[in-house]
Design a protein around this ligand. Structure first.
Ligand SMILES: [Fe+2]
Length: 316
């Protein structure tokens, strides 16, 4: 990466971001979904996300899977209702999307090293993923997809919101795009996980404990602030305030105003959809082009989710 990332000043914030919001309503796949032969696709919002029907994920054939992969590229987040998936079924589906990688920050499910059970207990104060983020961006090659299945959940609360980062990039003013393209952000495990990373733990930790292995304590990855999706060729904003706090070559103090503005921009309500969980719901999302946010509004209610992540590539 060229040194210019460290010598160019960051762009000034002298005008509002998202000056051309019209682009947000021109996201055609949401308004004109393709006609599929084996599945039906119903978009959730004008920005991203679709419910997919006519499919049993435990027994999916190649032709149907090809349609699911196309729908993933068009809609970024797919929701499958009324599935009845054993751990092996979920793993089998995730493997159709790519190599399933263990998540080393929590104990895996008994007998299934690639699956993590995310359990919220009645005493939990924090939840998993309660900020706008994309998964494991401190890894050199962060996961491409997350495959999350709801085993049990309260009747209301605990929704997950998603934000389309193609739209976030497309709607930035041209001078801001020019000012940030080519720059990288520093994604740090130790900073992201705080006391969890240093082994001190936290009094308000979740029921499923997070523990960062020693070899990950100093894990830092420099990733571009705008990345190109390897399959669609489209550019997506890649800001992750839970994991990255500064531009390469810039202090936190210098970086913060622009990073905060980009993060706010990237999670504008117009770029989002919101998914309500039910037992048997499986959601797949593409971490390369969307952010997600786990709503923490079900305190005192138990919930169990099962997660697999599919390996991705180094962002470019
Ligand atoms: Fe997450």
């Amino acid at each position: 990466m060229p040194d210019r990332t460290q010598t160019r000043p960051l762009p000034a914030l002298d005008h509002p971001l998202a000056s051309d919001m019209q682009d947000a309503v021109l996201h055609r796949p949401q308004f004109e979904p393709r006609n599929y032969q084996y599945i039906t696709v119903e978009p959730i919002s004008g920005a991203l996300g679709a419910e997919v029907a006519g499919i049993d994920l435990a027994a999916i054939d190649d032709a149907t899977m090809a349609e699911v992969e196309q729908a993933m590229l068009d809609h970024l987040v797919l929701v499958f209702r009324d599935q009845n998936l054993e751990p092996a079924d979920q793993l089998g589906f995730a493997r159709r999307l790519g190599q399933v990688a263990p998540w080393p920050y929590a104990k895996p499910m008994e007998g299934y090293p690639e699956l993590t059970e995310l359990v919220s207990g009645p005493g939990d104060i924090n939840n998993f993923g309660g900020s706008w983020h994309t998964d494991s961006s401190t890894f050199e090659a962060p996961p491409a997809y997350t495959v999350l299945y709801c085993v049990s959940c309260p009747p209301v609360g605990g929704d997950t919101s998603y934000a389309n980062q193609y739209l976030a990039w497309d709607t930035l003013p041209e001078d801001v795009k020019t000012g940030i393209e080519g720059r990288r952000l520093e994604h740090s495990t130790a900073r992201a996980f705080g006391d969890h990373a240093t082994g001190k733990g936290s009094p308000d930790a979740t029921t499923t404990p997070v523990s960062v292995p020693t070899q990950h304590l100093n894990l830092v990855s420099m990733h571009p602030i705008v990345r190109t999706h390897p399959k669609t060729g489209k550019k997506a904003l890649y800001v992750n305030t839970g994991f990255a706090f500064n531009f390469e070559g810039c202090s936190d103090e210098t970086s913060k105003p622009l990073m905060d503005a980009l993060a706010t921009h990237g999670s504008l309500p117009e770029f989002t959809c919101r998914v309500r969980w039910r037992p048997g719901t499986l959601v797949v999302w593409d971490n390369r082009c969307c952010l997600h946010y786990a709503h923490n509004d079900y305190r005192g209610q138990p919930r169990t989710m099962r997660r697999a992540v599919v390996a991705g590539e180094r962002p470019v």
